[in-house]
Design a protein around this ligand. Structure first.
Ligand SMILES: NC(=O)c1ccc[n+]([C@@H]2O[C@H](COP(=O)([O-])OP(=O)(O)OC[C@H]3O[C@@H](n4cnc5c(N)ncnc54)[C@H](OP(=O)(O)O)[C@@H]3O)[C@@H](O)[C@H]2O)c1
Length: 324
């Protein structure tokens, strides 16, 4: 029976949180990076290292490559820092350009080109994990598998992960691949509940509009695929952002989060995270914050365990309807 997470053999046990780098590097345009952007990346690395967060989540597209570029500038100036960290980056999304509309591309040529670009920008010889960003309907899985195996064989990539894939897609790709898929990154959060509603409404008409493929959480857990969650902090909508224009469920959830933050003596952001961490799927939240104070407060989520009753109270309040 496979229940041990492949990622856990690779990473220290303490790596329960991931730092998301999507907001580094300034605007999503072709303006040049500045010293301020590089300092922001350097501070992010410093604070994360200090609190034990060692995995950094990138993508070739984040701020059009500039998120990777500012990280690379930090490694250029302090080469020894690279070895202390785990870097994951994603490939496969292409924005509109002269050749076509926004599209996905898992062709061998694009995957190889994307990885080369990430390595150059990050100023590193290897990615710890290469993540396939979003499923490409035109994937030739044998061609993709060969490309991924070659990248690993040549030491450019150490491990392979996927993102936004349901279990049928992962299983189909895995059949062709000689390497284990070790990560699946999905939108899982208190603000995006289909991943839970799918299970609790099994066989119930309340479940007809739910968009989460049944069995994905279970498949990942039983095949040693680490679940990572994006959007984990719900962009702050339950933990401090202005809720005046939000629906009543968001207002009520934010109120409850604030009450629980007082009760557990942690920040509201930490409560939102602790709710994810309480789920037995061993979800690894990817934190999108770049603010040192918020990151330090978020890590306190690891020190608390929500009671079953508080966990359900948050779930039911956020879904805005009683369970069936
Ligand atoms: N695989 C995928 O398809 C995919 C898609 C999207 C994202 N991702 C990854 O997941 C990471 C996180 O995603 P995300 O940024 O969308 O989600 P997030 O972690 O829910 O949100 C982070 C954003 O919310 C702000 N925020 C958090 N708490 C706040 C609060 N209490 N008050 C005000 N603002 C608050 C942060 O600002 P501050 O920086 O000021 O704290 C930051 O801009 C990304 O960095 C990326 O690595 C992956």
């Amino acid at each position: 029976m496979m229940t041990t997470h492949a990622l856990q053999h690779y990473l220290p046990d303490s790596c329960r949180l991931v730092s998301g780098c999507m907001h580094l590097g300034g605007e999503w345009d072709n303006s040049a990076i500045t010293q301020q952007h590089i300092s922001q990346a350097s501070e992010l690395i410093d604070v994360c290292t200090e609190v034990g967060v060692k995995i950094f989540d990138h993508a070739d597209i984040y701020t059009l490559g500039k998120a990777e570029q500012v990280f690379g500038e930090v490694f250029k100036r302090h080469p020894s820092r690279r070895q202390e960290l785990y870097l994951q980056s994603k490939c496969g999304i292409r924005f509109d350009d002269d050749s076509g509309p926004k599209r996905y591309d898992f062709s061998a040529q694009w995957v190889e080109q994307s990885v080369e670009g990430s390595l150059q920008r990050l100023h590193t010889d290897y990615l710890d994990i290469l993540i396939l960003h979003r499923p490409d309907p035109l994937t030739d899985r044998d061609e993709l598998a060969r490309a991924l195996q070659d990248l690993v064989k040549h030491g450019k990539v150490r491990h392979i992960g996927v993102s936004n894939m349901h279990w049928h897609q992962i299983s189909y790709l895995q059949e062709a691949l000689d390497l284990p898929i070790i990560v699946n990154q999905l939108e899982l959060s208190l603000g995006h509940l289909d991943w839970l509603d799918e299970g609790v409404t099994a066989g119930n008409r309340q479940g007809v509009d739910i968009n989460f493929t049944a069995g994905t959480l279970e498949y990942c857990q039983s095949h040693g695929i680490q679940l990572q969650s994006w959007g984990s902090l719900c962009q702050g909508k339950f933990s401090g952002k202005d809720t005046s224009n939000e629906p009543e469920t968001v207002k009520q959830t934010a109120k409850l989060v604030s009450h629980l933050a007082d009760e557990y003596k942690v920040s509201a952001d930490a409560i939102v995270l602790s709710w994810l961490l309480r789920h037995p799927a061993n979800i690894q939240p990817v934190l999108g914050s770049t603010r040192p104070d918020r990151i330090k407060a978020c890590v306190k989520a690891l020190d608390i365990t929500l009671s079953r009753e508080h966990w359900y109270q948050l779930y039911v309040t956020a879904r805005g309807a009683r369970l069936p």
